[in-house]
Ligand binder design. Structure first.
Ligand code: URA
Length: 428
């Protein structure tokens, strides 16, 4: 039976690094949602978790309480495995736009509930909304209908799924308690448990354009996510992937959709295609399904599935995407090898042009963004254009250009090659 110790004792215990008794964390979460536990008390407890961490059992209890705070998608009765992936977010990360329809074209069902941009990393929903007519805000019954009819959907999580995460995330955002591995893991996994999928792949990005700037933190988050999801009977794996430079060449909403369509048609930048294929193979392994994902890209099967998903969500896949104008270019300062193409600085430049938002209610500009004309390791000539800034006619690119100047370094020798996928981690 859960103890009835006062909330202040639970905060003090966590502050001292003690383990809470079974049931106590659930009581905290439920009490907070019901208004019996004050914002200040919850914020204090979260700060104590940032410093002291949680045991595996405490983390499981926190995640379960968050997942069970709302409803769950009812995915039973589908004729194939249900799969999804979660990326911790990066600059130019448009993998979901390709991977979701690709997996559906291979016989899996993918009900991806996704988020919007906040800060300098883009949001999958904002990217998709640059397609004329596309609707991300679907009811649970619409989500299920699209998954059944098309095999995949990418939609906003409804407020009824894991509502505890919404409340806790907003509190963490305003109390500098986002950066905690157990809090990040419980936030991500609670939403995926509510989504109800059988197989889950986590893509933990590491580098200047990522939530996790260093490899040791990224590795710990990857293992924590995979193990935590496994505790909920989800077949889970995690990868740590590079985010020191943008993924692909396009950064910005409509620019990224165009690039994703290239990959869906068998082309596109090699790093993006390689990561999509690696993630598809991992998900196939987890689901026990055998198929050739590269064939589905090259044959147009994945592209057809994308078009079907867009139509089912009200969009017009053949309509032209909004296109801005080239505002400025940044040229190579000297001849040599591109040794740095900093994802964080490029994400900041795109954000300053309007591709992202700084508050949840702000709109984003579909045409704003940055195109990378060369990637790290490329041999470049002095004055060769390296980066293009895109936006509205007459827009001043000054502050974005300032951010970009820090993004580039040209050295006299090529940097060591760095793979996109750095490490793999599996759940229990
Ligand atoms: N993404 C989430 O969904 N939650 C976090 O806490 C951090 C990143």
């Amino acid at each position: 039976m859960a103890s009835t110790r006062a909330t202040v004792e639970l905060i003090a215990d966590k502050r001292r690094g003690r383990v809470l008794a079974p049931g106590e964390i659930r009581r905290l979460v439920d009490g907070y949602l019901q208004g019996q536990i004050a914002e200040a008390q919850m914020a204090s407890w979260l700060m104590a978790v940032c410093w002291r961490g949680l045991t595996a059992a405490e983390l499981q209890e926190l995640t379960a309480a968050m997942a069970e705070s709302g409803g769950r998608l009812e995915l039973s009765g589908l004729s194939g495995p249900t799969v999804d992936k979660h990326s911790t977010g990066g600059v130019g990360d448009k993998v979901s736009l390709v991977l979701v329809p690709l997996m559906a074209s291979l016989g899996c069902f993918v009900p991806q509930l996704s988020g919007r941009a906040l800060g300098t990393t883009g949001g999958t929903l904002d990217k998709l909304e640059s397609i004329p007519g596309f609707r991300c805000e679907l009811s649970s019954s619409e989500i299920l209908r699209v998954v059944r009819e098309v095999g995949c959907v990418i939609a906003a999580a409804s407020p009824e799924l894991a509502p505890a995460d919404r409340r806790l995330y907003a509190l963490r955002d305003s109390t500098a308690t986002v950066q905690s591995i157990p809090l990040i893991a419980s936030s991500i996994v609670s939403k995926k448990v509510a989504e109800g999928v059988q197989c889950l792949l986590f893509d933990v990005k590491v580098g200047s354009g990522a939530l996790m700037p260093d490899i040791s933190g990224a590795r710990r988050l990857a293992v924590t996510l995979a193990e935590l999801a496994s505790g909920f009977q989800i077949r889970a794996a995690a990868m740590v992937t590079a985010m020191d430079q943008p993924l692909g060449r396009a950064v910005g909403n409509a620019l990224e959709v165009t690039e994703a369509l290239d990959v869906l048609s068998g082309g596109g930048p090699p790093d993006l295609r390689a990561l999509v294929l690696e993630e598809a193979r991992e998900l196939l392994l987890l689901s026990g399904h055998t198929a050739d994902p590269s064939e589905a890209l090259d044959s147009g099967a994945a592209r057809e599935r994308f078009n079907a998903m867009v139509r089912a969500q009200g969009g017009a896949p053949e309509a032209p995407l909004p296109l801005g104008v080239r505002l400025a270019t940044l040229d190579a300062p000297r001849s040599g090898f591109l040794s740095r193409l900093d994802a964080g600085a490029i994400g900041l430049a795109a954000w300053r042009l309007g591709s992202g938002r700084s508050a949840p209610s702000e709109p984003v500009d579909p045409v704003a963004g940055v195109m990378c004309l060369a990637k790290q390791g490329a041999a470049v000539e002095r004055r060769q254009p390296l980066l293009e800034l895109w936006g509205r006619p007459g827009q001043d690119p000054g502050s974005a250009l300032l951010a970009l100047k820090r993004a580039v370094r040209v050295g006299s020798s090529p940097p060591p090659p760095r793979p996109v996928v750095l490490e793999h981690a599996a759940g229990d």
